[in-house]
Design a protein. Structure first.
Length: 401
């Protein structure tokens, strides 16, 4: 039985996090003994981790680095020196690299964290960083394993990482996995010397489970809307409240639609560092009655099932889990024209691809709202196709083995 370690920062409601939970629920535990290391014991998806997985206690030096909470809710700083490192490192990188937080985290790891964080005790047959970034740096520098694998869940070029800072880390991995052919191509064009160890494996998605969970309940927010105005269309976006997901563009789009007296309400599920900024933007644009930030939801599928249109205004993606789930639930999709979108959406059949510009996004949404037959056509196409891919679990086994 192979001893396998997965590492990810937390299990918040993000695409990579959901993909990992799906994988953990499909693994054959007669073949693997699985440990999971989280930098923070946070996130709605923790409850979905199967009982066969051992969630490790967070090592003390990780607790100070990522402001983790102990089970009793008390923050612990291992030493005065480690506390100083965390505060100075975080302050410096946030100030110096406020326009590129991904690069800031690279600098913080290399300059402040790498020498302060201790190695993880023990040795594994396989150690897997399920997200690029600090989880990858930790596995590369601090985990002992016979084989190491890292996942890159986004368009690497668009994510803004410093390539030369990452190069020595990627060199420490036996396999680099990305989630679409286009993402692999982008990565391999940048790191040509690692192309022979880079593979494409799609995120695992269970259509039967998603369809079942989508019928668990009618969201009370939707029920209240329907009681007040049965004809009000409901738009939905899901994702981390970060620049990548483009929710600032969603708010601008909502303002354009409100100015044209369009009847709608737009819910956004997710949490993240831009929550305060987005709330202020909503207030300044005076769309408080149109755009609602719902925070996280343990089961977001009923929100998708009962909405009218799913909108994803991302600046970049790898392969969006949200889009896969919307396709399984046969919802009309409006998605921005980021570089890798055509890896996942057949424009005109599976969804409408539109430039990331508020007036153009608004135009497409308004057109769909005014033409129920177009929405029905998109939904019908999706209903006629299967988008679940549980059978691809063998591709994951091949990499682990």
């Amino acid at each position: 039985m192979k001893k396998v370690l997965f590492v990810i920062s937390a299990l918040t409601t993000g695409g990579a996090e959901k993909s990992l939970v799906n994988l953990l629920n499909l693994l054959d535990y007669s073949k693997f003994k699985v440990d999971l290391l989280l930098f923070k014991h946070e996130g709605e998806f923790i409850k979905q981790v199967p009982k066969e997985v051992t969630i490790l206690s967070i090592p003390n030096t990780l607790k100070y680095a990522f402001k983790s909470l102990d089970s009793d809710g008390v923050r612990k700083i291992s030493t005065l020196n480690s506390g100083i490192r965390r505060y100075i490192g975080t302050f410096y990188t946030r100030y110096r690299y406020k326009g590129n937080m991904n690069k800031g985290k690279q600098i913080r790891w290399n300059t402040f964290y790498r020498n302060a964080i201790k190695d993880l005790p023990g040795e594994y047959d396989v150690a897997i960083s399920y997200m690029h970034g600090e989880a990858m740096y930790y596995v590369a520098d601090k985990v002992h394993a016979k084989k190491k694998i890292t996942w890159v869940h986004n368009d690497y070029h668009a994510a803004g990482f410093d390539q030369e800072l990452d190069r020595p880390y990627f060199a420490k991995f036996d396999r680099i996995v990305s989630i679409s052919d286009e993402c692999v191509k982008i990565f391999s064009d940048i790191f040509t010397d690692f192309a022979d160890r880079t593979v494409s494996i799609p995120n695992l998605t269970s259509s039967s489970l998603i369809k079942k969970m989508a019928l668990d309940f009618l969201p009370h927010e939707y029920k209240e809307v329907r009681e007040m105005d049965p004809e009000k269309p409901i738009l939905l976006s899901i994702g981390r409240l970060s620049s990548q997901k483009g929710f600032d563009m969603a708010i601008e789009t909502a303002k354009v639609m409100q100015d044209q007296n369009i009847n709608f309400i737009w819910y956004i599920i997710g949490q993240g560092e831009l929550k305060g900024k987005l709330q202020k933007q909503i207030h300044d644009a005076q769309v408080q009655n149109k755009v609602i930030l719902l925070g996280t939801r343990e089961n977001p599928y009923p929100y998708c099932h009962y909405c009218d249109i799913v909108v994803q205004p991302s600046r970049y993606e790898g392969k969006s889990v949200v889009l896969d789930e919307a396709k399984i639930l046969a919802k009309p999709i409006v998605v921005s024209n980021y570089d890798t979108v055509k890896d996942q959406i057949i424009g005109g059949s599976e969804g409408i691809i539109v430039p990331l510009e508020p007036h153009q996004i608004a135009g497409v949404i308004i057109d769909l709202l005014n033409n129920p037959s177009k929405r029905k056509q998109l939904s019908h196409y999706l209903q006629e196709h299967e988008y679940g891919n549980e059978d691809l679990i063998e591709m994951y086994y091949n990499q682990i083995n």
